[in-house]
Design a protein around this ligand. Sequence first.
Ligand SMILES: Nc1ncnc2c1ncn2[C@@H]1O[C@H](COP(=O)(O)OP(=O)(O)OP(=O)(O)O)[C@@H](O)[C@H]1O
Ligand SMILES: [Mg+2]
Length: 527
Amino acid sequence: MDAFPVEVEIDIGAGMPPHRLVGLAEGAVKESLDRVKSALKNSGFEFPHRKMTINLAPADTRKEGSAFDLPLALGILAAQNVLKDRARLREYLVLGELALDGRIKGIRGALPTALLARSGKFAGVILPRENASEASVVGKGTAVLGVESLREAFEFLEGLRPLESTATDLTAVFGAAGKYDVDFSEVKGQEQAKRALEVAAAGGHNLLMVGPPGSGKSMLAARLPGILPPLEPAEALELGMLQSVAAGLRGGGLLRERPFRDPHHSASTPALVGGGIKGRPGEVSLAHLGVLFLDELPEFNRAALEALRQPLESGRASVARVNAHVTYPARVQLVAAMNPCRCGHLMEPSRACGRAPRCGLDYQGKLSGPLLDRIDLCIDVPPVSSADLALPPPAESSTDVAARVAAARAVQRERLEECDRKGKLLAVEADETAGLLADRVRNWSKPRCNADTDGAVLAAIAEPDAEGRALLTRAAERLGLSARAWHRTLRVARTLADLDGADSVRRLHIAEALSYRRPQPRQAMAA
Ligand SMILES: Nc1ncnc2c1ncn2[C@@H]1O[C@H](COP(=O)(O)OP(=O)(O)OP(=O)(O)O)[C@@H](O)[C@H]1O
Ligand SMILES: [Mg+2]
């Protein structure tokens, strides 16, 4: 996700063309010279008729994309001494694709490049005007100069015309908050499931819904994005970086909505966690800061699910390529849905198949314990009763729920920032990466909501009162809670208290949190 500077070196020597472009230029870069030639001519400049050698340094790293057009054109002008102020040219990072008539078109990766410019060595970045507002979110101190034509860039560098740095205009960059065409009020009955969804959204908890076909699991999950809080500007920037690497920013701007990714269960391991020939980010990274929804969880390829364990734990996905190691952020909220058995009706004695309860055990056994262990909330979604279906839709809409969720998240953010100031957040050990990247990696791993907290931080923020502690201790003894289940209960209880507007975690919250435990298959059988 990080940009690195590429130096364009041009030597015009004696002799006739052909020109040579060296330095592992691939794809669109190879065709660059053709565009540059026309663009230079049509902007009133000369294209040299002598042999030209162009090197893109560092020569051992692959270069892709069309963003080298503009630096190549300016470099050729400098090599011909048409552009005289070389020192000034050196101060700026330049990128942009050229149209044949000399206009400059938008490119991918403007955001990482602008961040590189901010890292200190450059006065600013010269880039296509349509990418300027997106790049400007990197903040003050970096000149973000949007240009529309080759001539404009040339005249600026020669000091013939001033260019104004694009100021951060967050409203333009972010646009309005998302609109959703599905709403909570359409779901009838299922009060427990709706409550669990609200809790999951409020604390960023992983959620598993188990129920027979047609009970509304997929329907409920589809309504989750509508109640999640919008992204903070810094988060939107972080996500934008990732998207600009993966596919380019949709509509050229940053999004305020949290991503909601729902890969099909036939997805391969690289599709889920990243990798493949180009080392692209996978679904778990594309869902960064949002929701990864895995419908029909046991149908997923086992290896792919196991590969998700590490990103779910650490908030980042490491992708190994032949010649490099890439780390993408992957701080996601996992929401999963499944049937209790292959036929789907394990819980209803009248409809269960002849193989029950064996068939339920087999089906649920496809999921590994460690994966299920990462899931804070497990709920049953029973069939909707006909009485519920006949009722008019409930009055509560997604907007109402979203308001409560946003309030609870604001409390958590405030609290975690306070913890951070006191130095309580565990510092991520120094990564193999340096400087800016290390900063960012640390940011990815920083807890942002209750679900991300663990260890000392969790103990500090979710200490229950005496009654709550007594209940938790008793439950732990009776139910044989593991250490992890203990922490999970505390995390969820903290979120419940936040939804309540309560400062401390009380008995009531612990009790509700305990009800979201995963039912053991054997208990389910007995039921
Ligand atoms: N609680 C509900 N209120 C209103 N309509 C519902 C409800 N539950 C289900 N439906 C209707 O049933 C349809 C199927 O629901 P959905 O796809 O969410 O089921 P599911 O639990 O995901 O089933 P499966 O396990 O087969 O994937 C919905 O599109 C909706 O029309
Ligand atoms: Mg479904």
